[in-house]
Design a binder for this molecule. Structure first.
Ligand code: 5AD
Ligand code: SF4
Length: 481
């Protein structure tokens, strides 16, 4: 999208510029030279596969990797039988790490068949020194490793790896600067994530994110607004503002601005019809934000408000800075200001010291709030976090049993909630033709639930008023009115 710098004007035989993003465009041009050479030898351009393994931030980062690869002449493919494969990893739970090692084994087989294949790893898992050490020792077939803080340097590192044929490892412990205006390749033409901040300062005691993503850093509002305007010009109608804790946006800016203030500015962008954001920490959800949501015509009536636990004792051990009552009061306040708002949440079961009584408190909050949906997680011990050394680690069987009970409760409640909208007319942003039935198109309500309705691909990217006729648990059938 931001391919304003023409690669043809770049002299790749001269030295690289020192300024960003010009330096990265220079290296994209060098990668393209490599890709052209590949094409001369093989009669086709190299194929690249970007695998996104994490959250929305991770997905947005993957779009940046894709943008650079495509500008450099690589052909995108979903198949890992490609010439360049990159895993954009997540490390929030231990099993995410184990999956990566498993998949790398399979990639190694592919590389034995295609020795010119290059394999790269990036993302949160690479910010753990023990992981990089293990990869260096036991996964020598990996050609390129970098982290979250220097992802903007992808083109430079890729050029180095491609041209030298040597392994390149570059992981930084802290972010130095935010580099703007690199190319991106969006997954959807009509909706996009927009990073507003990076990192997290909260140090919830179970969470590895502050260690791998570093300290909170906000983008300048003007840079964000410019990106939103460009996206709107490019046909985007829905944006999701992304950060680990969007409610504390703006504190590190030269001229501080609240998240609510930023939302009001974003709302003024012509062409943008829907605004979402992710993720809100309950302790920072301000009255100002609730008021802005209540007045807004574009902010979706949906709030993702991670609860984590319903027990005040466990919340304190988690270092969450709110208790059960504060959370419930907050929910009441939000619902009073924005009637009908959809509430979703994240819950962890089996946190160290969690008793049956603590777990019952969680079930109690779930029933009292009646979440529209909830992501439920088994506590995963992450080395280096305070919770990893806490007494009373819950045994696997007990935690699994609680997870199943919680899931049953959550699913029952969200099915009931979804049923309540049947018969009403709601706005649906159509995403495209239904994969299973080509006479239908599929889209999303502002609470993010899927709707299928008769229609053609021409509706993709449009907001359509739809009567919801039937609810099948977690999706609806409807017709345009
Ligand atoms: N174990 C289980 N779940 C976790 N999360 C974060 N860290 C852990 C962990 N160590 C969950 C939280 C967070 C979501 C993104 O992941 O619920 O909100
Ligand atoms: Fe992790 Fe807590 Fe920061 Fe979310 S707010 S990323 S759970 S430390």
């Amino acid at each position: 999208m931001y391919n304003r710098i023409s690669l043809d004007k770049i002299d790749i035989n001269a030295g690289p510029p020192t300024e960003e993003p010009d330096r990265q465009y220079y290296f994209i041009a060098r990668c393209r030279e490599w890709a052209l050479d590949f094409e001369r030898k093989n009669g086709r351009f190299p194929k690249s596969c970007v695998v996104n393994m994490g959250c929305q931030m991770n997905a947005r980062d993957s779009e940046k990797l894709c943008g650079i690869l495509q500008l450099a002449g690589f052909q995108p493919t979903e198949s890992e039988q490609a010439d360049f494969v990159i895993y954009n990893t997540c490390t929030v739970r231990e099993n995410a790490n184990n999956k990566v090692y498993g998949r790398l084994g399979a990639l190694h087989h592919l590389k034995k068949k295609n020795p010119d294949m290059r394999i790269a790893l990036c993302g949160c898992m690479m910010q753990e020194p023990s992981v990089v050490e293990k990869l260096k020792q036991s996964y020598r077939f990996v050609d390129l490793i970098f982290g979250t803080h220097n992802i903007y340097k992808f083109a430079e590192l890729l050029a180095q790896a491609l041209e030298s044929g040597q392994r390149v490892v570059d992981v930084w412990q802290e972010g130095k600067n935010i580099v703007e205006n690199l190319p991106t390749a969006r997954k959807y033409p009509f909706k996009s994530g927009v990073n507003i901040m990076f990192g997290c300062n909260n140090f919830c005691s179970y969470c590895i994110v502050p260690y791998v993503r570093g300290r909170e850093k906000s983008r300048e509002p003007e840079d964000i607004l410019q990106e939103v305007r460009r996206l709107a010009d490019d046909g985007v109608v829905e944006i999701m503002l992304l950060g680990q804790n969007v409610n504390s946006y703006g504190k590190t800016l030269r001229q501080p601005l609240t998240f609510a203030g930023l939302l009001q500015k974003v709302e003024q962008t012509a062409g943008i019809q829907r605004i979402r954001f992710m993720t809100s920490h309950p302790k920072d959800l301000s009255d100002e934000l609730i008021a802005v949501m209540a007045q807004s015509k574009k902010i979706c009536r949906h709030l993702h408000l991670p609860l984590q636990s319903g027990s005040s004792r466990i919340l304190s051990a988690m270092n969450r800075h709110y208790d059960k009552e504060t959370y419930l009061n907050l929910v009441e306040k939000v619902r009073a200001a924005v009637p009908g708002i959809a509430l979703t949440t994240d819950i962890i079961v089996g946190f160290p010291g969690e008793t049956e009584a603590d777990f019952e408190e969680t079930l109690d909050v779930v029933r009292t709030v009646g979440f529209d949906s909830a992501f439920t997680f088994l506590y995963s011990k992450r080395r280096g976090t305070p919770a990893a050394n806490m007494d009373g680690q819950v045994d696997g069987q007990t935690a699994q049993n609680r997870l199943e009970r919680l899931l049953k409760e959550v699913q029952g409640l969200s099915a009931k909630k979804a049923q309540m909208l049947v018969g009403t007319v709601q706005e649906v942003l159509v995403e495209g033709t239904n994969g299973q039935d080509p006479s239908l198109v599929t889209g999303k309500l502002d609470n993010n639930i899927t709707v299928h309705l008769p229609g053609t691909e021409a509706l993709a990217g449009q907001l359509v008023s739809v009567r919801l006729e039937e609810c099948r648990g977690f999706y609806y059938y409807g017709t345009a009115v």
